[in-house]
Design a binder for this molecule. Sequence first.
Ligand SMILES: Nc1ncnc2c1ncn2[C@@H]1O[C@H](COP(=O)(O)OP(=O)(O)OP(=O)(O)O)[C@@H](O)[C@H]1O
Length: 246
Amino acid sequence: MKEIAILNILRLEDVKKTYNGKCALSIDSLHIKSGTICGYLGRNGAGKSTTIKIIMGIELPDEGDVYFLNNRINHQDPGYKKYIGYCPDYPAVFEKLTVFEHLNFIAYLYGMDNKKEIESIIRKYIEHYEIEEYENTLIETLSRGNKQKVAIISSIIHNPKLLVYDEPTLGLDPLSMKQFKTMLNEYTQNGGTVFLSSHSLDTIEEIADSVTIIDKGQIVRNNIAVNDIRKALTSVEDYLLSVVEK
Ligand SMILES: Nc1ncnc2c1ncn2[C@@H]1O[C@H](COP(=O)(O)OP(=O)(O)OP(=O)(O)O)[C@@H](O)[C@H]1O
């Protein structure tokens, strides 16, 4: 039993979602292995964001189930979200708070109550992303990239078991991208799991352990090891292009 829980932190089974009579998602099975970085790839409109919204309970599936650590997620009871960090493709931040106030508030929402510990985690990440000078700055006055860094820090501040990211690096400069990759590597070395939807295939190739590919709402490849793609002397980009329908 324990082994199964450790193997797959998240599972989607027979999940279907229709918008206006049109099927956006029809997933027989999608598994995310614990302790890995899994890249979630697919063309525009393939269904990546819809999958992620269903995992996060932002959208409800018409059919099917999502299991987190082998427990079926009941969207009436959002307690599981305490163990997941989420970052959408836009900076989901409270614009009228300062960077420090915002991160402090997020920590509070996640039920963290040790003031010293919260401050030290906030400092660790704002130093990591080199945004110390904005600590007391109103978020609404930050650049898009810096807002996105605040959103990324918000997703990891409570040390979740799983990070679910939907194009989280839009607007990040190359140095910040490097800081993002370092953060994810450290996070997985400490047992965390990442499900990362991205069109940045260089990043996926560099940091992901595996890729899952969605096309026209269906999973066409699940958990293919990036090492195996490399062994086949192909890039993640060429692999993706060979798998999705033209
Ligand atoms: N709220 C909605 N109402 C109607 N259709 C929707 C809605 N949200 C998504 N869709 C449709 O569902 C399908 C999947 O969209 P989704 O946003 O999940 O794709 P994606 O893979 O994330 O694309 P992208 O790479 O462009 O972000 C698309 O056909 C889209 O038009």
